[in-house]
Design a protein around this ligand. Structure first.
Ligand code: F6R
Length: 612
């Protein structure tokens, strides 16, 4: 939610900022802006719209500037407009900043500042923050920041410029991510919300901690805590290269990331299968002993990450024989859930920054429970806050709609279930080895689905422009329906619902009309016939049925109940939801492509949801 960049060094700051913003556009794309330090003071250029619109407005201006800050916005307070775009400058012109987050007590602070004569120009909470800092700014920027931080309630990541400190940028964060890119002796340093923004220039960075303030100059980074005491920076090095954050010839990041799955999932799974042939996280801190003592697994996450948890719940219950629950993180955090001391709380998050998931994690920790995070972004807030962080290893995911991270999450939940089963002695070593071996073939099986990209284009043409599409299935197939349905609706804007196949007739079947598309998922042998009965119920009402099933399972036997059949390769039933979801990713992509949708940046969305 909102992307922030800052640069100070010897390059053309405008170019560095615009390039960084482009890499952060997945965090929000309602408006964009930059502030550049020039010999005539600070020059601000901002506009409603995307980075490409900003580039047009910026044009040839300020080519001599070597210091500035930039922002790409996902609107919270105030509609997307030029006026509400960042950067914001204080009414007295002495402080300029960009903000990611929400100032919860902004009305109270605004009234206080107005009573002191400040005239506001925008409807944003950010303009309150900048004027509050200006109020406290006498001559020491750090003092002004500390004082303002004391007054502000809410979440913030800020990059700030002070008129009296032309050779310095400042950064501070609470509950929103911020990193400081290290220029490695090139007389330059960077500020960014996320790694892709700095990858072109450096792979070394410092993760700013909660309520830490960084003073960033060309040649130094000085970090203090909220009391002003120096903090030893935590230096990180990212293994991804710049190409990983490029489209690499694909029309969209989403398509690139779909096609990357057979390769990147090898890094998710391979290193976790040990010499005894059994998959485990033992040497990443999740020991068998912890799992032996776990009586219940409680999964909390949001969106697709939650959907992986729904699939994972079945893995854990089936293999390890212990109960597993799942819950939307935004509900978990306010419901005061009943948790037991021997519960293991598992938080799943690609970005590692989702506000509700982070809050769920903190709640579990506050209750004294052991926490495990399944995350992709190394050093992210959730990764750092959890007792154990398990990394997806799939490289940067840029498209707003997740694909490869989802597949990695499901694979990792299967590893968790295998390891828990081993720790509990619930399955024999032979069975665990067999499961691990089958899991190691998942990347290859996903690779076998890639021809669907060409073969489902015509189907996509038929499904595009429909008002509603239903997904039905039972058991693990139903769990896969959630993700299939979300993928479709978020990128194509076609209304879609995931339904337990047996539940449809309790009301929703009234929406099925002649030609209503129903994507029926039926891969699980034991319940196959039950799902077929439900498919026939919708077929009898004229539905256009797309059946996704296992190889050789569809045998119409003279009673054709599917209009289009997609077969996924034969494999262990626990791997089938992963294959089904990849098929759904491809179909959804093709539908959205036919409809000419903005696939990588669907309307109203942002990749990293750092507000609750
Ligand atoms: C949908 C999607 C979202 C995320 C959700 C959680 O395609 O990507 O539903 O899964 O916002 O994000 P993370 O995994 O970063 O916590």
């Amino acid at each position: 939610m909102c992307g922030i960049v800052g640069y100070i060094g010897e390059r053309d700051a405008k170019k560095v900022l615009l390039d960084g913003l482009l890499r952060l556009e997945y965090r929000g794309y309602d408006s964009a802006g930059i502030a550049l330090r020039t010999e005539n003071g600070i020059e601000i250029k901002k506009t409603k719209g995307r980075i490409s619109d900003l580039e047009r407005i910026v044009g040839d201006c300020c080519t001599n500037s070597m210091c500035g800050i930039g922002h790409t916005r996902w609107a919270t307070h105030g509609e997307p407009s030029q006026r509400n775009s960042h950067p914001h400058m204080s009414a007295d012109g002495r402080v300029t900043l960009v903000h990611n987050g929400i100032i919860e007590n902004y009305i109270q602070l605004k009234l206080m500042l107005e009573s002191e004569g400040v005239v506001f120009k925008s409807e944003t909470d950010t303009e309150v923050a900048v004027n509050l800092i200006a109020k406290y700014y006498k001559s020491d920027p750090l003092e002004a920041i500390y004082k303002a931080m004391n007054d502000i309630r809410g979440s913030f990541a800020l990059a700030i410029m002070f008129d009296g400190s032309p050779d310095e940028l400042y950064a501070v964060k609470k509950d929103n991510p911020l990193i400081i890119g290290i220029g490695n002796g090139n007389h330059e340093n960077f500020i960014a919300s996320d790694i892709p923004a700095i990858l072109k220039w450096t792979r070394d960075y410092i993760v700013l901690g909660e309520l830490e303030v960084a003073k960033v100059t060309r040649d130094g980074i000085y970090i203090t805590d909220k009391h002003g005491a120096p903090v030893e920076p935590r230096r990180e090095h990212v293994m991804w290269n710049y190409d990983a954050a490029e489209k690499g010839g694909y029309p969209h990041f989403m398509l690139k990331e779909i096609f990357e799955q057979p390769t990147v999932l090898r890094d998710t799974i391979g290193p976790r299968i040990k010499d005894d042939g059994i998959a485990t996280f033992e040497d990443e801190g999740l020991t068998d002993e912890i799992l032996r003592n776990t009586k219940r697994t409680y999964i909390a996450a949001c969106g697709s990450a939650l959907h992986s948890g729904i699939i994972g719940r079945t893995f854990i219950e089936r293999l390890a024989g212990i109960p597993a629950e799942y819950e939307v993180a935004s509900e978990f955090r306010y419901r005061d859930p009943i948790l037991y001391p021997d519960d293991l709380v598992v938080i799943i998050s690609q970005s590692g920054e989702t506000a509700d998931s982070l809050a769920a994690l903190r709640l579990a920790k506050a209750k004294g429970l052991r926490t495990v995070a399944i995350v992709n972004v190394v050093g992210s807030s959730i990764a750092r806050a959890a007792d154990v962080a398990l990394y997806m290893n799939v490289g940067p995911e840029i498209a707003v709609a997740t694909t490869k991270a989802f597949s990695a999450q499901v694979a990792m939940l299967l590893i968790l279930a295998i390891q828990t089963a081993k720790a509990k002695g619930n399955l024999t070593n032979e069975k665990l080895q067999e499961l691990s071996r089958e899991l190691s073939h998942l990347p290859q099986l996903i690779g076998e689905l890639m021809p669907l990209y060409e073969s489902t284009k015509q189907l996509a043409g038929h499904l595009a422009q429909r008002d509603h599409i239903f997904f039905i299935g039972r058991g693990l197939d139903y769990a896969a329906c959630y993700e299939g349905s979300l993928k479709l609706k978020e990128i194509s804007y076609i209304h879609s619902e995931a339904y337990a196949a047996g539940e449809l007739k309790h009301g929703t079947i009234s929406l099925i009309e002649p030609d209503t598309p129903v994507i029926a998922i039926a891969t699980q042998k034991e319940i196959f016939e039950k799902t077929v009965s439900n498919i026939k119920e919708v077929k009898a009402r004229g539905a256009f049925v797309v059946l996704i099933t296992g190889k050789g399972m569809y045998d119409a036997n003279g009673d054709s109940y599917a209009d289009y059949v997609i077969e996924v390769p034969e494999c262990n039933e626990l791997l089938l939801p992963s294959l089904v979801v990849v098929a759904c990713q491809i179909i959804s992509y093709n539908i959205a492509a036919v409809m000419g949708c903005d696939i990588d940046k669907p309307r109203n969305l942002a990749k990293s949801v750092t507000v609750e």
